[in-house]
Design a protein around this ligand. Structure first.
Ligand code: ATP
Length: 458
């Protein structure tokens, strides 16, 4: 994780929030490469969950919601973590995250000091809206995006003539006053979620639940994620929310171990039932195709962390390998079989799927002079409309390739003296390090074909 954190900072993926003031824990800033990566992950999810379905529509609900929302959802009462403090070293822990023997003996796992009793700690950030600081104007930062979907469910049925089953997808910020924020961007107080709530007829919920589990698993496979780093975890009786009928998490093998990446939940009719009760509005669905049958839909939720997905994709893509001088074989030897070598023989490479890579194509003139830089700039311009591009003319070409490898750029285009004569360039592939000669006029199409045909090789 240290290597990933340091690469992320060095290359401008992620910076600590307010670093010049010593940093703000639980919050991170996404730099130029980071925002591109995050946007692409969000884009891939959005395409998967909306464009590829004719019965799922999007929504962007406000972060600030009527405070009754959070009473109805149960967050005011139940959205708590068990908290203990060490009286000696002042460390704060989630009681369910420290060894049971420490909790039983009230002994701090860090310094051995005495722990306080466990108390409930509500994770919602609370503020005030309006001029007067009284209870009438309490407002919460939403701790999940889902409720914005539930309260709009009738609006969407009416405005878009949706028929059950249908889904509503949303990507947006959520805030939780997490007790422990460590492991970089894994668990933060400000984060983003990608949620899709699927409204189904009671009785069909189990079928849809299984279908969404299948689809969410296939999605990660499509992105080229290492499938042996993913597994399912079913919530046991002690984990299952009281309203949920079934819940399965997709866990990823992060550097600190298996952790939740996304949850697929059968939330029953709890949410709409509660909003109906608290708002006094009828949230039932009227099935006009079926004698106006009325029922409160069940909800199948797929809930993934966007920022947690950024960390997963960074971890999954990260690789170091020993590069041999033998360029004919692609120039790569297995790191494990590496003999003594200088630091220069190693490369760090982020093996992003080309659809997710922050930069798709980097254009590199072999030399700045003799018109090569101008030609390279022209080529870059011709690609800009279709691809995220970069241009780099400084330093030895080998070093420039390494820089692009480290940023996860899948394709480099090198412009040399021959390019001026025969109008071809070298297309270099990040993963295999192979190089082929391609006519400039065919470059954009060739890259498109390569992206379509992309298969992860390592
Ligand atoms: P955890 O058990 O890790 O606290 P959770 O079960 O409360 O998570 P959900 O409420 O189901 O999580 O949220 C759905 C998804 O949102 C999670 O799978 C995770 O990817 C993401 N998520 C939740 N809390 C955070 C956080 N504090 N920081 C970053 N991502 C988060």
């Amino acid at each position: 994780m240290e290597k990933i954190t340091s690469l992320a900072k060095r290359r401008g993926f992620v910076f600590q929030s307010s670093e010049i003031y010593g940093g703000q824990s639980g919050a991170w800033d996404y730099g130029p490469l980071g925002i591109e990566l995050k946007n692409r992950i969000a884009g891939a999810w959005w395409k998967e969950m909306t464009r590829l379905h004719d019965n799922i529509v999007g929504l962007d609900a406000a972060i600030l919601m009527h405070p009754r929302t959070w009473e109805a959802s149960g967050h005011v009462e139940n959205f708590t973590d068990p908290l203990v403090d060490c009286k000696k070293c002042k460390s704060r822990f989630r009681a369910d995250m420290i060894p049971e023997e420490n909790l039983a003996a009230k002994k701090c796992p860090d310094c051995g000091g005495e722990l306080t009793d466990t108390r409930k700690f509500n994770l919602m950030f609370k503020s005030h809206i309006g001029a007067a600081e009284d209870t009438a104007s309490i407002i919460y930062l939403r701790p999940e995006t889902a409720q914005g979907i539930y309260v709009n469910y009738k609006n969407i049925i009416q405005s878009n003539r949706m028929k059950i089953p249908f889904g509503i997808a949303q990507i947006g910020k959520a805030f939780r006053n997490e007790i422990v924020t460590k492991n970089f961007i894994f668990r933060t107080c400000e984060f983003e979620q990608m949620e899709m709530q699927y409204f189904v007829k009671p009785g069909t919920d189990e079928e849809w639940f299984n279908e969404w589990r299948k689809q969410r698993w296939a999605y990660y496979e499509k992105l080229g994620v290492k499938m042996d780093h993913l597994r399912w975890h079913q919530h046991g009786p002690d984990e299952l929310a009281h309203y949920a009928k079934d819940a399965w998490d997709i866990q990823y093998l992060f550097p600190m171990g298996w952790r939740e990446l996304e949850g697929v939940h059968n939330r029953t009719d709890y949410d709409l039932g509660r909003h109906s009760e608290f708002s006094g509005k009828d949230m039932q669905y009227i099935d006009q195709d079926n004698n106006n049958e009325r029922y409160t839909p069940y909800i199948i939720e797929t809930s993934a962390g966007l920022t947690r997905n950024v960390l997963m994709i960074l971890c999954d893509a990260y690789d170091e390998e020993l590069v041999t001088p033998d360029k004919n074989s692609g120039g790569v030897a297995e790191a494990a079989s590496g003999t003594a070598s200088s630091a220069d023989d190693w490369r760090t490479v982020l093996r992003f799927h080309p659809d997710l890579a922050p930069v798709t194509v980097a254009v590199l003139p072999l030399m700045k002079k003799d018109g090569l830089a101008e030609l390279a700039q022209d080529i870059r311009k011709s690609l800009q409309d279709d691809y995220a591009t970069d241009y780099d003319q400084s330093g030895a070409i080998g070093r420039r390739y390494r820089r692009q490898d480290e940023a996860g750029t899948p394709f480099c285009v090198t412009v040399d003296y021959d390019s001026k004569e025969d109008k071809t360039v070298t297309l270099r592939f990040r993963d295999s390090m192979e190089q082929v000669r391609v006519p400039i006029v065919e470059l954009a199409d060739r890259i498109r074909q390569e992206i379509k045909a992309y298969k992860r090789i390592k």
